[in-house]
Design a protein around this ligand. Structure first.
Ligand code: NAP
Length: 307
């Protein structure tokens, strides 16, 4: 029987782990197969308070990990597949093993969204990716494209200009939703060419089964054309990782968990933090803040349970 299990090791999960560990609860963090969450695949984080010169996402996450470990958090790469709160204690299934816990903090984050086109799954890692930091350096002096119009698309496009000969930014509308400062940087960079009002309708493969080009359709004129790119970087948002809780915890139509009082789920002892429940802010600092709140509330819940 665990006191506190934390699902997820991004900003929210690790902040919850720091607070729970400092409350002497020796939390068990189930990191899953992609530890570190979204910050581990990003570049410079310029808006996390306390770092006026910015800090690399992976470094920030590594620091949080070390900080949680220092106070006694334990870590496992196990991936959560099921959840049961029908009895007094909450149980979760991770890597075919059921674990029982007095309190659970779900901070499982969100995963990159893809378009759902033919050949998509087999192209991931072969000219299709959602992580410019991970894969950008493989595409030196060749044209690539980024799909999306948000901060991620802006950030990835700018990062890719270090390697690629040309970065096409393909967006379905004629205005980006990225923050003003990111838009300014994108438009000032000669290597980035925005392609407005346009969607990708097909991936075109070479004889090795890798990305050769994409078929584009202008949504205003319906005109189609082929664009030669060595890699497509997808930046069209994320879907919450809430599958194990489907039908058992309240969630909205898109799968975001619904909380009351910031981090409480409908089950006593089950708390929720970070992007898995955040369809609005999705920032590292808000994820960290809700992770902190979840750990404080979990500690309070356990204290009341004891009495
Ligand atoms: P986002 O803000 O939700 O933007 C997603 C973009 O993808 C939008 O432009 C959207 O188009 C487009 N899109 C969505 N579904 C699509 C589809 N099926 N086909 C084509 N295009 C599609 O996601 P994000 O850029 O990942 O950012 C998420 C959050 O993280 C935001 O709050 C952002 O501010 C934050 N973030 C911040 C930074 C930073 O501060 N440097 C960096 C990265 C992320 P529409 O515009 O037409 O909806």
């Amino acid at each position: 029987m665990e006191k506190v299990i934390i699902v997820g090791s991004g900003c929210a999960g690790l902040t919850a782990a720091i607070y729970a560990a400092r409350a002497n609860l020796s939390p068990l963090v189930l990191e899953g197969r992609q530890p570190g969450g979204q910050l581990s695949t990003t570049t410079l984080v310029e808006n996390y308070p306390g770092f006026p010169d910015g800090i690399d996402g992976p470094e920030l996450i590594l620091n949080m990990h070390r900080q949680a470990e220092k106070f006694g958090a334990r870590f496992s790469y196990a991936e959560v597949t099921d959840f049961d709160a029908s009895n007094k204690h909450v149980r979760i299934e991770a890597d075919d093993e059921w674990l029982e816990t007095q309190a659970l903090i779900i901070a499982s984050g969100a995963s990159a969204r893809y378009l759902g086109l033919e050949n998509e799954q087999k192209l991931i890692g072969h000219g299709l990716t959602s992580c410019a930091t991970c894969d950008g350096a493989f595409y030196k002096n060749v044209p690539v494209c980024v799909v999306g119009g948000g901060d991620s698309a802006a950030e990835e496009s700018l990062f890719l200009t270090r390697f690629a000969s040309k970065v096409y930014l393909i967006h379905r509308r004629d205005k980006m939703r990225a923050s003003a400062i990111m838009q300014e940087r994108v438009f000032a960079n000669k290597k980035i060419e925005p392609i407005w009002n346009t969607v990708v309708t097909e991936y075109i493969l070479d004889e090795k089964g890798e990305m050769r080009a994409v078929r584009l359709r202008n949504v205003k004129t319906n005109e189609e054309r082929e664009l030669v790119v060595a890699c497509v970087f997808m930046a069209i948002g994320h879907d919450p990782n809430s599958r194990p809780y489907r039908g058992k915890l309240d969630m909205d139509g898109e799968g975001y968990l619904i909380t009351k009082n910031l981090v409480e789920s409908k089950h006593p002892g089950v708390f929720v933090a970070g992007d898995v429940a955040d369809r609005v802010y999705k920032q590292a600092v808000t994820a960290a803040g809700s992770g902190c709140a979840a750990a404080i509330d979990a500690e309070k819940y356990l204290r009341e349970l004891e009495h």
